[in-house]
Ligand binder design. Structure first.
Ligand code: HPA
Ligand code: ZN
Length: 336
Protein backbone atom coordinates (compact mmCIF):
# COMPACT_ATOMS: atom_id res chain seq x y z
CA UNK A 1 0.00 0.00 0.00
CA UNK A 2 1.23 3.50 -0.75
CA UNK A 3 1.14 6.13 1.96
CA UNK A 4 -1.90 7.70 0.33
CA UNK A 5 -3.92 4.48 0.01
CA UNK A 6 -3.08 3.70 3.61
CA UNK A 7 -4.28 7.18 4.57
CA UNK A 8 -7.53 6.77 2.60
CA UNK A 9 -8.14 3.36 4.15
CA UNK A 10 -7.69 4.49 7.73
CA UNK A 11 -8.84 8.11 7.85
CA UNK A 12 -11.92 8.77 10.03
CA UNK A 13 -14.83 9.20 7.62
CA UNK A 14 -18.22 10.84 7.45
CA UNK A 15 -20.77 9.41 4.96
CA UNK A 16 -23.56 11.79 3.94
CA UNK A 17 -24.97 10.32 0.72
CA UNK A 18 -25.88 6.69 1.07
CA UNK A 19 -29.22 5.08 0.24
CA UNK A 20 -29.70 2.20 2.64
CA UNK A 21 -31.67 0.29 -0.01
CA UNK A 22 -28.66 0.80 -2.28
CA UNK A 23 -26.54 -1.27 0.11
CA UNK A 24 -28.62 -4.41 -0.49
CA UNK A 25 -25.98 -6.83 -1.78
CA UNK A 26 -27.06 -9.79 -3.97
CA UNK A 27 -26.03 -12.30 -1.26
CA UNK A 28 -28.39 -10.66 1.23
CA UNK A 29 -31.14 -10.52 -1.40
CA UNK A 30 -30.90 -14.29 -1.73
CA UNK A 31 -30.90 -14.82 2.06
CA UNK A 32 -33.96 -12.59 2.53
CA UNK A 33 -35.76 -14.15 -0.43
CA UNK A 34 -35.27 -17.61 1.11
CA UNK A 35 -36.52 -16.41 4.51
CA UNK A 36 -39.59 -14.81 2.91
CA UNK A 37 -40.30 -17.78 0.58
CA UNK A 38 -39.71 -15.74 -2.57
CA UNK A 39 -38.00 -16.94 -5.73
CA UNK A 40 -35.53 -14.67 -7.51
CA UNK A 41 -35.10 -14.88 -11.29
CA UNK A 42 -31.35 -15.66 -11.02
CA UNK A 43 -29.45 -18.81 -10.09
CA UNK A 44 -27.14 -17.07 -7.65
CA UNK A 45 -25.59 -13.79 -6.55
CA UNK A 46 -22.98 -13.80 -9.31
CA UNK A 47 -25.63 -14.22 -12.01
CA UNK A 48 -27.69 -11.42 -10.46
CA UNK A 49 -24.67 -9.11 -10.36
CA UNK A 50 -23.87 -9.90 -13.98
CA UNK A 51 -27.41 -8.84 -14.94
CA UNK A 52 -27.00 -5.37 -13.42
CA UNK A 53 -27.03 -3.24 -16.54
CA UNK A 54 -27.46 0.48 -16.13
CA UNK A 55 -26.13 3.47 -17.97
CA UNK A 56 -28.34 6.31 -16.71
CA UNK A 57 -30.59 7.20 -13.79
CA UNK A 58 -33.83 5.52 -15.02
CA UNK A 59 -32.11 2.24 -15.95
CA UNK A 60 -30.45 2.16 -12.51
CA UNK A 61 -33.66 3.02 -10.64
CA UNK A 62 -35.56 0.16 -12.31
CA UNK A 63 -33.10 -2.41 -10.95
CA UNK A 64 -32.85 -0.62 -7.59
CA UNK A 65 -36.63 -0.74 -6.97
CA UNK A 66 -36.99 -4.32 -8.22
CA UNK A 67 -34.33 -5.41 -5.74
CA UNK A 68 -36.34 -4.14 -2.79
CA UNK A 69 -39.10 -6.76 -3.18
CA UNK A 70 -37.28 -9.03 -0.72
CA UNK A 71 -37.54 -6.45 2.11
CA UNK A 72 -40.74 -7.26 3.99
CA UNK A 73 -40.29 -7.58 7.77
CA UNK A 74 -38.79 -5.41 10.49
CA UNK A 75 -35.98 -7.96 10.77
CA UNK A 76 -35.27 -7.60 7.02
CA UNK A 77 -34.73 -3.86 7.45
CA UNK A 78 -32.61 -4.51 10.53
CA UNK A 79 -30.44 -6.99 8.62
CA UNK A 80 -30.06 -4.58 5.69
CA UNK A 81 -28.90 -1.72 7.92
CA UNK A 82 -26.73 -3.91 10.13
CA UNK A 83 -24.86 -5.33 7.14
CA UNK A 84 -24.11 -1.80 5.97
CA UNK A 85 -23.09 -0.53 9.40
CA UNK A 86 -20.57 -3.36 9.86
CA UNK A 87 -18.99 -2.53 6.49
CA UNK A 88 -18.95 1.17 7.31
CA UNK A 89 -17.23 0.49 10.63
CA UNK A 90 -14.57 -1.56 8.84
CA UNK A 91 -13.86 1.50 6.64
CA UNK A 92 -13.65 3.75 9.73
CA UNK A 93 -16.86 5.61 8.99
CA UNK A 94 -17.36 7.42 12.30
CA UNK A 95 -20.66 9.08 11.43
CA UNK A 96 -23.27 8.46 8.71
CA UNK A 97 -26.46 10.25 7.66
CA UNK A 98 -28.38 7.55 5.84
CA UNK A 99 -31.19 7.98 3.29
CA UNK A 100 -34.18 5.69 3.31
CA UNK A 101 -37.05 5.57 0.79
CA UNK A 102 -40.21 4.76 2.81
CA UNK A 103 -42.51 5.15 -0.20
CA UNK A 104 -40.62 2.40 -2.04
CA UNK A 105 -41.98 0.14 0.71
CA UNK A 106 -45.33 1.66 1.75
CA UNK A 107 -46.31 1.65 -1.95
CA UNK A 108 -46.02 -2.17 -1.89
CA UNK A 109 -47.82 -2.61 1.42
CA UNK A 110 -44.95 -2.62 3.93
CA UNK A 111 -45.87 -0.32 6.87
CA UNK A 112 -43.79 2.79 7.58
CA UNK A 113 -43.25 1.62 11.19
CA UNK A 114 -41.81 -1.71 10.00
CA UNK A 115 -39.22 0.05 7.82
CA UNK A 116 -38.24 2.66 10.37
CA UNK A 117 -38.27 0.27 13.32
CA UNK A 118 -35.82 -2.16 11.74
CA UNK A 119 -33.44 0.52 10.50
CA UNK A 120 -33.47 2.36 13.79
CA UNK A 121 -32.86 -0.77 15.87
CA UNK A 122 -29.75 -1.59 13.81
CA UNK A 123 -28.50 1.97 14.22
CA UNK A 124 -28.90 1.81 17.99
CA UNK A 125 -26.95 -1.45 18.04
CA UNK A 126 -24.24 0.13 15.89
CA UNK A 127 -23.89 3.02 18.30
CA UNK A 128 -23.61 0.67 21.28
CA UNK A 129 -21.61 -2.19 19.79
CA UNK A 130 -19.55 -0.54 17.03
CA UNK A 131 -19.16 3.03 18.29
CA UNK A 132 -20.59 4.20 14.98
CA UNK A 133 -23.06 7.06 15.14
CA UNK A 134 -25.75 7.33 12.47
CA UNK A 135 -28.93 9.27 11.67
CA UNK A 136 -31.72 8.78 9.13
CA UNK A 137 -32.85 11.10 6.32
CA UNK A 138 -36.31 10.37 4.92
CA UNK A 139 -36.32 10.74 1.13
CA UNK A 140 -39.48 11.39 -0.82
CA UNK A 141 -39.68 9.79 -4.26
CA UNK A 142 -40.00 12.69 -6.67
CA UNK A 143 -41.75 10.65 -9.38
CA UNK A 144 -44.68 10.14 -6.97
CA UNK A 145 -47.11 12.98 -6.25
CA UNK A 146 -46.60 15.89 -3.85
CA UNK A 147 -49.73 14.68 -2.01
CA UNK A 148 -48.16 11.27 -1.34
CA UNK A 149 -45.00 13.01 -0.14
CA UNK A 150 -47.06 15.17 2.24
CA UNK A 151 -48.90 12.10 3.55
CA UNK A 152 -45.53 10.40 4.14
CA UNK A 153 -44.25 13.48 5.96
CA UNK A 154 -47.34 13.39 8.21
CA UNK A 155 -46.78 9.68 8.84
CA UNK A 156 -43.20 10.43 9.93
CA UNK A 157 -44.13 13.00 12.58
CA UNK A 158 -44.65 10.58 15.49
CA UNK A 159 -41.08 9.36 14.79
CA UNK A 160 -39.50 12.80 14.50
CA UNK A 161 -36.82 12.04 17.08
CA UNK A 162 -35.55 9.25 14.86
CA UNK A 163 -35.32 11.26 11.64
CA UNK A 164 -32.87 14.11 11.26
CA UNK A 165 -33.93 15.49 7.91
CA UNK A 166 -35.73 14.97 4.62
CA UNK A 167 -34.43 14.57 1.09
CA UNK A 168 -35.72 14.05 -2.43
CA UNK A 169 -34.58 11.30 -4.78
CA UNK A 170 -35.63 9.04 -7.69
CA UNK A 171 -36.20 10.23 -11.28
CA UNK A 172 -35.54 13.95 -11.64
CA UNK A 173 -36.80 14.31 -15.21
CA UNK A 174 -40.00 16.37 -15.09
CA UNK A 175 -39.94 16.41 -11.27
CA UNK A 176 -38.36 19.72 -10.22
CA UNK A 177 -37.77 20.83 -6.62
CA UNK A 178 -40.71 23.30 -6.75
CA UNK A 179 -43.12 20.38 -7.11
CA UNK A 180 -42.39 19.71 -3.42
CA UNK A 181 -42.16 23.31 -2.11
CA UNK A 182 -45.10 22.92 0.27
CA UNK A 183 -43.87 19.56 1.60
CA UNK A 184 -40.40 20.92 2.32
CA UNK A 185 -41.77 24.09 3.93
CA UNK A 186 -43.79 21.92 6.30
CA UNK A 187 -40.77 19.67 6.94
CA UNK A 188 -38.76 22.75 7.85
CA UNK A 189 -41.50 23.94 10.20
CA UNK A 190 -41.42 20.53 11.87
CA UNK A 191 -37.70 20.90 12.57
CA UNK A 192 -36.21 18.67 9.89
CA UNK A 193 -33.04 19.60 8.01
CA UNK A 194 -33.52 19.76 4.22
CA UNK A 195 -31.57 18.33 1.33
CA UNK A 196 -32.45 17.36 -2.26
CA UNK A 197 -30.86 15.40 -5.05
CA UNK A 198 -29.81 17.48 -8.05
CA UNK A 199 -28.54 14.58 -10.13
CA UNK A 200 -25.80 15.04 -12.69
CA UNK A 201 -26.56 16.34 -16.21
CA UNK A 202 -30.33 16.28 -15.88
CA UNK A 203 -32.74 18.28 -17.98
CA UNK A 204 -32.77 21.78 -16.38
CA UNK A 205 -30.02 20.84 -13.89
CA UNK A 206 -28.94 24.40 -13.09
CA UNK A 207 -32.56 25.60 -12.85
CA UNK A 208 -33.24 22.82 -10.31
CA UNK A 209 -30.21 23.84 -8.24
CA UNK A 210 -31.43 27.45 -8.37
CA UNK A 211 -34.85 26.34 -7.05
CA UNK A 212 -33.14 24.46 -4.20
CA UNK A 213 -31.43 27.70 -3.17
CA UNK A 214 -34.19 30.26 -3.76
CA UNK A 215 -37.45 28.37 -3.24
CA UNK A 216 -36.70 25.42 -0.97
CA UNK A 217 -33.86 26.87 1.10
CA UNK A 218 -31.96 23.58 1.37
CA UNK A 219 -29.24 22.98 3.95
CA UNK A 220 -27.21 21.05 1.39
CA UNK A 221 -27.44 19.46 -2.07
CA UNK A 222 -26.92 15.84 -3.07
CA UNK A 223 -24.71 15.64 -6.19
CA UNK A 224 -25.16 19.23 -7.50
CA UNK A 225 -22.08 18.98 -9.73
CA UNK A 226 -23.77 21.08 -12.45
CA UNK A 227 -23.58 24.14 -10.16
CA UNK A 228 -20.19 24.66 -11.83
CA UNK A 229 -21.98 25.31 -15.15
CA UNK A 230 -23.35 28.59 -13.79
CA UNK A 231 -20.95 31.17 -12.29
CA UNK A 232 -23.68 32.78 -10.17
CA UNK A 233 -24.71 29.44 -8.65
CA UNK A 234 -21.11 28.51 -8.05
CA UNK A 235 -20.43 31.80 -6.25
CA UNK A 236 -23.58 31.54 -4.17
CA UNK A 237 -22.86 27.98 -3.07
CA UNK A 238 -19.32 28.92 -2.10
CA UNK A 239 -20.49 32.10 -0.36
CA UNK A 240 -23.26 30.42 1.62
CA UNK A 241 -20.99 27.55 2.65
CA UNK A 242 -23.51 25.09 1.24
CA UNK A 243 -22.26 21.50 1.13
CA UNK A 244 -22.44 19.15 -1.86
CA UNK A 245 -22.48 15.37 -1.40
CA UNK A 246 -20.85 13.99 -4.54
CA UNK A 247 -20.59 10.28 -5.44
CA UNK A 248 -17.79 9.60 -7.97
CA UNK A 249 -18.36 5.93 -8.79
CA UNK A 250 -22.12 6.48 -9.11
CA UNK A 251 -21.48 9.45 -11.42
CA UNK A 252 -19.21 7.20 -13.46
CA UNK A 253 -22.16 4.85 -14.09
CA UNK A 254 -24.84 7.39 -14.89
CA UNK A 255 -22.65 9.92 -16.63
CA UNK A 256 -19.62 8.02 -17.88
CA UNK A 257 -17.15 10.12 -15.88
CA UNK A 258 -16.41 10.27 -12.17
CA UNK A 259 -16.79 14.03 -12.00
CA UNK A 260 -13.22 14.16 -10.73
CA UNK A 261 -12.38 17.42 -12.50
CA UNK A 262 -15.43 19.05 -10.96
CA UNK A 263 -14.42 17.82 -7.50
CA UNK A 264 -10.90 19.17 -8.01
CA UNK A 265 -12.31 22.56 -9.04
CA UNK A 266 -14.68 22.69 -6.09
CA UNK A 267 -11.86 21.91 -3.67
CA UNK A 268 -9.80 24.69 -5.24
CA UNK A 269 -12.74 27.13 -5.03
CA UNK A 270 -13.30 26.35 -1.35
CA UNK A 271 -16.72 24.76 -1.99
CA UNK A 272 -17.64 22.27 0.74
CA UNK A 273 -17.60 19.21 -1.51
CA UNK A 274 -17.61 15.68 -0.04
CA UNK A 275 -17.11 12.16 -1.38
CA UNK A 276 -19.79 9.54 -0.76
CA UNK A 277 -21.00 6.18 -2.00
CA UNK A 278 -24.70 6.55 -3.07
CA UNK A 279 -25.71 2.92 -3.85
CA UNK A 280 -22.60 0.84 -3.14
CA UNK A 281 -24.14 -2.60 -3.66
CA UNK A 282 -25.00 -1.62 -7.23
CA UNK A 283 -21.96 0.51 -8.04
CA UNK A 284 -19.39 -1.78 -6.37
CA UNK A 285 -17.82 0.73 -4.05
CA UNK A 286 -18.28 1.98 -0.50
CA UNK A 287 -16.70 5.24 0.64
CA UNK A 288 -13.09 4.00 0.72
CA UNK A 289 -13.40 2.70 -2.85
CA UNK A 290 -14.88 6.04 -3.94
CA UNK A 291 -11.92 7.93 -2.48
CA UNK A 292 -9.52 5.46 -4.11
CA UNK A 293 -11.26 5.82 -7.50
CA UNK A 294 -11.09 9.59 -7.21
CA UNK A 295 -7.41 9.41 -6.34
CA UNK A 296 -6.74 7.18 -9.32
CA UNK A 297 -8.47 9.65 -11.64
CA UNK A 298 -6.88 12.84 -10.26
CA UNK A 299 -4.63 12.15 -8.10
CA UNK A 300 -5.40 13.46 -4.57
CA UNK A 301 -2.89 14.56 -1.95
CA UNK A 302 -3.09 13.39 1.62
CA UNK A 303 -4.31 16.82 2.67
CA UNK A 304 -6.99 16.79 -0.08
CA UNK A 305 -8.35 13.59 1.48
CA UNK A 306 -8.31 15.14 4.93
CA UNK A 307 -10.08 18.22 3.52
CA UNK A 308 -12.80 16.11 1.88
CA UNK A 309 -13.52 14.44 5.22
CA UNK A 310 -13.27 17.73 7.08
CA UNK A 311 -15.87 19.19 4.70
CA UNK A 312 -18.14 16.24 5.43
CA UNK A 313 -17.94 16.60 9.20
CA UNK A 314 -18.39 20.38 8.83
CA UNK A 315 -21.63 20.05 6.83
CA UNK A 316 -22.98 17.12 8.89
CA UNK A 317 -26.10 17.79 10.93
CA UNK A 318 -24.33 17.11 14.21
CA UNK A 319 -24.35 19.13 17.43
CA UNK A 320 -21.25 21.34 17.50
CA UNK A 321 -19.63 19.64 20.49
CA UNK A 322 -19.84 16.24 18.78
CA UNK A 323 -18.68 17.67 15.46
CA UNK A 324 -15.64 19.20 17.16
CA UNK A 325 -14.69 15.82 18.61
CA UNK A 326 -14.73 14.20 15.17
CA UNK A 327 -12.85 17.11 13.61
CA UNK A 328 -10.14 16.81 16.29
CA UNK A 329 -9.91 13.06 15.63
CA UNK A 330 -9.55 13.74 11.91
CA UNK A 331 -6.93 16.48 12.40
CA UNK A 332 -4.86 14.16 14.58
CA UNK A 333 -5.07 11.16 12.25
CA UNK A 334 -1.93 9.71 10.79
CA UNK A 335 -1.81 6.16 9.48
CA UNK A 336 1.32 4.97 11.24
N1 HPA B 1 -30.41 9.56 -7.61
C1 HPA B 1 -31.75 9.53 -7.53
N2 HPA B 1 -32.39 8.61 -6.87
C2 HPA B 1 -31.71 7.66 -6.24
C3 HPA B 1 -30.34 7.63 -6.30
C4 HPA B 1 -29.66 8.65 -7.00
O1 HPA B 1 -28.41 8.74 -7.05
N3 HPA B 1 -29.96 6.53 -5.58
C5 HPA B 1 -31.07 5.95 -5.11
N4 HPA B 1 -32.14 6.62 -5.51
ZN1 ZN C 1 -28.30 9.41 -4.26
Amino acid sequence: MTELTEFITGVPKCELHLHIEGTLEPELKFALAARNHLTLPYADAAEMRAAYDFHDLPSFLKIYYEGMAVLLTEQDFYDLAWAYLIKARAQNVRYAEIFFDPQAHTSRGVPFATVLGGLRRAMLDARRLLGLRAELILCFLRDFSAEYAMATLMESLPYKEWIIGVGLDSDEKGNPPVKFAEVFARARAEGYFLTMHCDVDQENSTEHIRQCLDVIGVDRIDHGVNALDDPALQAEIAGRGLGLTVCPISNGYVRGDLGHRAIRRMLDLGILVTVNSDDPAYFSGYVTENLLALHEALPLSLEDVRLLERNAFEIAWLPNAVKDRYLAELAAFSPS
